[in-house]
Design a protein around this ligand. Structure first.
Ligand code: ADP
Ligand code: MG
Length: 598
C-alpha cells in the first residue's frame, strides 16, 4: 500500500482506536488507577459536552443560527430530569425523554419569536433567552429549587460504570443522528437555507420551516445533554446555564471544525485532555480557552477537521471533464401542462422602486412546450419582471397565473407550483459538493421528514437512492458527472452556471426561468444549455430565457418579448422581432447589440 493510501485511512483507524479505548476505559482505569471513578467521570463529562457541542454544531454550523442559549437549554434539560426523577419519582429515562421534549419546545418557541431576525439579532434573542432561563431558575424556587437547585439526581438502579456506557451510547446515537440528518435531504435543505434563503426558496424549500426543524432538533439534543449532565453531577442548579460555561463548547466547536461531523467530538476531546493536564493550574483554564480560541481562529480557521479535509489527503480527488451524455431523466420531468392553458402568465405587471419604473405594465404569456425569450438593454426591467413572476418582489399592480391558477404568495410556494428560477447573479452553494448542490434542488420533491431521515427509514432510503440516480443522470446530461464529488466553489465559471441550471432542473419544474445563463459560457456549455431547452420543449414544458447572446436566443426561442424601460416594445417570433424598428431603436445606444440582432 502506498503512503498516500495509508494516510487517507488515518481518520478511520483513529476512530476505531478511540472507540476501543472508550469501551475499555472503565477496565483500564480500574486496572491502572486508584481513582478510577474520577477518570471515568472525566470521560463521561467530556462525552456529555460533546453531545451539547454537536447540538451547537447543528444550529450554528449546519443551520447558520447563532445560538447563545445552549447552556440555558442544558440547564432546562437538567431541570426536566431532576424534576421528573426527584420530585415526580419517575425513572431516569423518563426524565431524559422529558429533557429532550423541553429542549425541543423551548428552542421551537425561541425560533418562532425570532423568525424575521437576522444572524446577529437572532444571536441577541438567544442571549436574552439564556438570561431568562437562568434567572427564571434562580427565582422559581418551587420547581427549580432556586439558587441551590435540586440535589439527589441519580440514574436509578444504574451503577456508575453502567451509566458511563449509557452516556457513551447516547453520544454514539447523537453522532449518528447528526450524520444521518446532514447527509439527507433534510440536512441539505438546512444548509441551503443557511447559504441563501432566497436560493432555497427558488428551489421550493421552505426557509422558515427548515430553520425550525434544525433548531428544534438541536434543542432536543441540548436537552438530552443537560439531562445526562444532571444525572452525572447528581444535582442541577442555575450555575450550569450561565454563558461562561458555554465557552468550552464554542472553543471546542471552532477548534474541532464547525460544520463538520467529527469536529465537535474532536474539539471537545482535545480541550478535555488539556484541561485535565493543567488541572493543577486550574485558575488559568479560562485564559487557556481564550488563547486556544484565538489561536484556532488564526491558525486553523477551518478547525482540525476542516483543515484535514482541505489538505492533500483529506480532499476528494480532482474532477475530470466528460462529454455530455444521455437524456434528461424522465423522473425529474413532471407531466406536461395542459397545452391550451399558458404555463406562466403575467398580466399588467407593475413594479416601481421609488421613482424608478422598473416594470411598467408588462404582459407576458408563456405557452407550455415552448422556449420564451426576454431581451432588452441592461436595466430595462427583465430581472425585475422575472422576480415579479416568481413572487420574489411583491407587485404594485397586475396578476400572475401558473397553469391558469393564481400564483401563490411566497417564492417557495410558487416553486412548488412548478416555476423554478435561476438568478442572474451566481447563487451556488459553493461549499457543498457538486452532487449535493443538485440533490438540494430535489428537496422540494422529496416526501420524507426529519424523523425518517434520522432513522433512515426504508422510505427514506428508497427516495435517497432515487434522488442520487436522478442527480447522476442530470450531471451526465450536463457533462459534469466527472466532477460530482468536487466542491462546487472550485468549478470554472461556466460549469458553475451550468450547475445552477442543473440544480434548478432537479426541482422538477414545469417552467424553468433562466436569467442570463449563458454569460461566460464556452460554446460546448452553450450547446448543453440549448439541448436542455429543447428537451424541455419536447416534453411539453416551458423555458423562460433572459439572454444577451443573440445567436443563442434567436436559435433556441419560439417567441421573444423585447422590454425597454419597463415596457414591452415588441413581441413575436424571432424573425418578426428582429425586423421590428422599435427594437433596433432600443438597441441604438448599443451598436454591438444592433450588430448581433440584425
Ligand atoms: P435588467 O435585468 O433588464 O438588466 P433590472 O430588472 O435588474 O434590469 O432593473 C430594472 C431597473 O430597476 C434598473 O433601473 C434597476 O436599477 C432597478 N432596480 C432593480 N432592482 C432594484 C431594487 N431591488 N431596488 C431598487 N431598484 C432596483
Ligand atoms: Mg437582469
Amino acid at each position: 500500500m502506498t503512503m498516500d493510501a495509508l494516510v487517507r485511512r488515518l481518520p478511520a483507524a483513529l476512530t476505531a482506536a478511540a472507540a476501543v479505548v472508550l469501551l475499555a476505559w472503565p477496565a483500564i482505569t480500574d486496572f491502572y488507577s486508584y481513582n478510577a471513578a474520577y477518570y471515568n467521570g472525566l470521560v463521561a463529562s467530556a462525552a456529555i459536552s460533546a453531545i451539547l457541542t454537536i447540538s451547537l454544531n447543528l444550529s450554528m454550523g449546519y443551520g447558520g443560527l447563532l445560538s447563545m442559549m445552549h447552556t440555558g437549554m442544558q440547564l432546562l434539560g437538567g431541570y426536566a430530569v431532576a424534576y421528573t426523577t426527584v420530585k415526580a419519582g419517575l425513572p431516569w429515562f423518563a426524565g431524559v425523554v422529558a429533557a429532550m421534549l423541553l429542549g425541543a419546545v423551548f428552542s421551537g418557541l425561541v425560533l418562532v419569536i425570532s423568525l424575521r431576525a437576522t444572524y446577529l439579532y437572532f444571536g441577541m434573542i438567544t442571549l436574552a433567552a439564556d438570561l431568562i432561563v437562568v434567572e427564571g431558575g434562580n427565582a422559581w424556587d418551587a420547581v427549580t429549587g432556586g439558587i441551590n437547585g435540586i440535589v439527589g439526581v441519580t440514574p436509578g438502579g444504574l451503577s456508575k460504570n453502567q451509566f458511563y456506557y449509557v452516556v457513551l451510547a447516547a453520544l454514539a446515537l447523537v453522532y449518528a443522528a447528526q450524520r444521518n440528518l446532514v447527509r439527507s435531504g433534510v440536512g441539505r435543505a438546512v444548509m441551503a437555507v443557511r447559504e441563501s434563503p432566497d436560493t432555497a426558496a427558488a428551489l421550493g424549500i421552505r426557509p422558515t420551516r427548515t430553520k425550525a426543524v434544525a433548531f428544534t432538533f438541536s434543542g432536543a439534543i441540548a436537552g438530552l445533554s443537560g439531562g445526562l449532565y444532571a444525572l452525572q453531577l447528581g444535582f442541577i442548579n442555575p450555575e450550569v446555564g450561565i454563558l461562561d460555561n458555554g465557552l468550552v463548547f464554542f472553543v471546542g466547536l471552532f477548534l474541532g471544525g464547525i460544520g463538520t461531523l467529527a469536529g465537535p467530538v474532536i474539539g471537545v476531546a482535545a480541550i478535555a485532555a488539556v484541561v485535565e493536564l493543567i488541572k493543577d493550574y486550574a485558575r488559568y483554564t479560562t485564559l487557556l480557552l481564550g488563547c486556544t480560541l484565538l489561536l484556532a481562529m488564526m491558525l486553523v480557521p477551518k478547525g482540525i477537521v476542516g483543515t484535514w479535509r482541505a489538505a492533500r489527503f483529506g480532499r476528494p480527488p480532482e474532477g475530470v471533464d466528460h462529454e455530455p451524455s444521455g437524456d434528461l431523466p424522465e423522473s425529474v420531468l413532471p407531466g406536461a401542462a395542459a397545452p391550451d392553458v399558458p404555463a406562466l402568465e403575467g398580466r399588467g405587471l407593475v413594479k416601481h422602486f421609488g421613482g424608478v419604473k422598473a416594470v411598467d405594465g408588462v404582459d407576458i404569456r408563456v405557452d407550455a412546450g415552448s422556449v420564451y425569450g426576454i431581451i432588452g438593454p441592461n436595466g430595462s426591467g427583465k430581472s425585475t419582471t422575472v422576480a415579479c413572476l416568481t413572487r420574489f418582489h411583491p407587485v404594485d399592480a397586475g396578476e400572475v397565473l401558473v397553469c391558469g391558477e393564481p400564483a401563490a404568495a411566497r417564492p417557495h410556494a410558487v416553486a412548488g407550483q412548478g416555476v423554478t428560477r435561476v438568478f442572474q447573479t451566481p447563487h451556488l452553494f459553493e461549499r457543498q459538493s457538486v452532487l449535493d448542490n443538485v440533490l438540494a434542488g430535489m428537496r422540494g420533491r422529496e416526501d420524507y421528514g426529519l424523523v425518517s431521515a434520522v432513522l433512515r427509514s426504508p422510505g427514506y432510503r428508497r427516495r435517497e437512492a432515487a434522488s442520487r440516480a436522478e442527480a447522476a443522470a442530470l450531471l451526465a446530461f450536463a457533462g459534469l458527472s466527472g466532477r460530482s464529488e468536487q466542491q462546487a466553489g472550485t468549478l470554472s465559471h461556466g460549469q458553475k452556471r451550468l450547475l445552477e441550471v442543473v440544480r434548478a432542473v432537479a426541482s422538477g419544474p414545469r417552467v424553468l426561468v433562466l436569467d442570463e445563463p449563458a454569460t461566460g459560457l464556452v460554446p460546448a456549455e452553450i450547446d448543453a444549455l440549448a439541448r436542455l431547452c429543447r428537451a424541455f420543449r419536447a416534453h411539453g414544458l416551458a423555458v423562460v430565457l433572459i439572454e444577451h447572446n443573440m445567436n443563442f436566443v434567436m436559435d433556441v426561442c419560439d417567441r421573444i418579448t423585447v422590454i425597454d424601460s419597463g415596457k414591452v416594445i415588441a413581441c413575436g417570433a424571432p424573425a418578426e422581432v428582429r425586423a421590428e424598428p422599435a427594437v433596433l431603436d432600443a438597441y441604438l445606444g448599443r451598436p454591438d447589440l444592433v450588430e448581433e440582432i440584425t
